[in-house]
Design a protein around this ligand. Structure first.
Ligand code: SAJ
Length: 457
């Protein structure tokens, strides 16, 4: 039950009556977030927000989850999770422990900390699309009150927290710190399929003011094992972008060198494994069908866009983008060449795609480069079927491909292309039953499976 002050403030803020009434909380905010059982409010219940909210509940805090989708909120309140990383059992437990899901933004007035976890995609011309963050900021404007911490988690370019969320708080009539309202940025670091989950990954946080940073650090320490405080929200925003840009650029580098190695008749997988024996100075990245998911292909574009605004050219980001975006076509060409060498036209030929999610061992096929490769072959007239134990048949059909199950006869395929290297696939049987296998992920080498008819990227 919110304290009377909080209830008054949410009623006033819902009625858009700016309440300058300062709730002199009996407990100083730092001590409050350190010691009290405060309530976390999460805006956006996707693969970032839901795990964060449930982690707060597991740590004994209160939790209110807000999302604009009534269907999603109803499913969550019924104990049905839509996130691979959150099981229905975990959700049931959190519901028993008091978590609430709502489409009523007013309920967020009861929360002591608001975590904004909405999407930050790219627009049609690959420019940043901040519409979700703007909508979340409007929600904050309607419910923000003294005593609250607001933290943006959605990946975006440096300056977003100050440019979009701070003005919303000021429009609600509050000043940071003096009105006991605090604002920070703390990047989400959720990696689907990764062993380490939200509650186990250190958090970076930076405040729009020094005091906001300090308060946010204290609050996050109640949820995650380690918090690294940086000097500003901009530094925290940049931290996230350098993390993902580092991956995009290194994946771009190895994708380019892989193409060169093929021209020079050198096995790039052997080379990477050899380089990885060096105990320092080299981190192995691997070539593949291209870069998928909602982060690595997108986030660097937020930085290069912001740089362009400052008349600054980000050559590494742009070059990596050019190489990575071309990788699906490069793989289509390699597969077509293999068919051609065996006298098969692409047109009308049965092709088996093995794995279409954007990376191994997850069912997530958003922005999947593997799908782009198969679309490229289908566009050239190939009959494309897909074997993917994690992505459902309906989803495979929704991409225009025929689903194949693990025990189907594979003899009709002229070629199999391993594009996403899920575990639990019988790669040996594929190599035995299909005349040629194109391995875009180096899985046969990794599994120690030697077949003459397997051709690596
Ligand atoms: N990929 C390669 N070669 C590699 C590594 C990855 O081709 O050597 C491809 C993958 O197949 C996939 C894409 O790149 O298609 C991205 O995969 P990923 O595992 O690199 O990244 P995500 O998008 O699943 O998660 C990343 C992670 N970022 C970092 O590790 C720095 C995760 O921690 C972030 O939280 C996530 O982005 C995010 O939400 O930003």
């Amino acid at each position: 039950m919110p304290n009377p002050g909080q209830a008054l403030v949410s009623i006033l803020s819902m009625a858009h009556i700016p309440c300058k009434v300062l709730i002199i909380s009996p407990v100083p905010r730092d001590r409050f977030f350190q010691d009290e059982r405060w309530t976390a409010g999460v805006i956006g219940l996707g693969y970032v927000g839901l795990p964060l909210l449930l982690t707060a509940i597991k740590k004994g805090l209160g939790g209110i989850g807000f999302d604009i989708s009534q269907e999603l909120v109803d499913a969550l309140n019924a104990g049905r999770s839509h996130i691979d990383d959150v099981s229905d059992e975990e959700l049931e437990k959190a519901l028993a422990d008091g978590v609430e899901f709502t489409t009523d933004p007013g309920r967020l007035g009861e929360a002591d900390a608001l975590f904004i976890c909405v999407p930050s995609p790219l627009g049609r011309n690959r420019q940043p699309d901040l519409s979700y963050i703007e909508a979340a900021a409007e929600t904050v404007q309607r419910v923000v009150r003294p005593g609250q911490l607001v933290s943006l988690e959605s990946t975006s370019y440096p300056g977003t927290t100050e440019d979009f969320v701070l003005p919303a708080i000021e429009r609600a009539g509050f000043k940071l710190d003096t009105d006991e309202v605090y604002l920070a940025f703390s990047p989400e670091r959720v990696s689907p399929g990764e062993d380490l989950k939200t509650g186990q990954i250190p958090k970076v946080v930076g405040g729009v003011t020094v005091e906001s940073g300090r308060i946010a650090e204290i609050a996050y320490k109640r949820i995650v094992p380690a918090v690294h405080l940086v000097s500003s929200a901009r530094a925290a925003e940049m931290t996230k972008l350098i993390e993902n840009t580092y991956r995009a650029v290194n994946i771009g580098l190895v994708n380019e060198i892989a193409q060169l190695a093929h021209e020079l008749d050198i096995d790039i997988w052997e080379v990477i494994d050899a380089a990885a024996t060096k105990p320092f100075g080299f981190q192995a990245f691997y070539p593949g069908p291209g870069v998928g998911g909602h982060c690595i292909p997108l986030d660097p574009q937020y930085l290069s866009w912001r740089a362009r605004e400052a008349n600054f050219a980000t050559r590494f980001i742009d070059t990596a983008e050019q190489v990575n975006v071309q990788m699906p076509l490069y793989n289509v060409t390699r597969i077509s060449d293999l068919l051609n060498e065996r006298g098969f036209p692409v047109f009308g030929t049965e092709v088996l795609g093995v794995g279409i999610s954007y990376k191994a061992n997850i069912a997530d096929d958003r922005e999947s480069a593997s799908i782009e490769v198969l679309r490229g072959l289908a566009k050239r007239g190939a009959q494309v079927s897909v074997l993917d134990p994690l992505v459902g048949d309906d989803r495979i059909r929704s991409h225009g491909f025929n689903p194949v199950s693990a025990d189907d006869d594979l003899g009709r395929f002229a070629i199999a292309a391993v594009l996403t290297d899920h575990s639990g696939v019988d790669y040996e049987r594929i190599a035995r039953e299909v005349p040629v296998v194109y391995d875009a992920r180096g899985v046969y080498r990794r599994l120690g499976l030697k077949f003459d008819n397997v051709v690596p990227l």
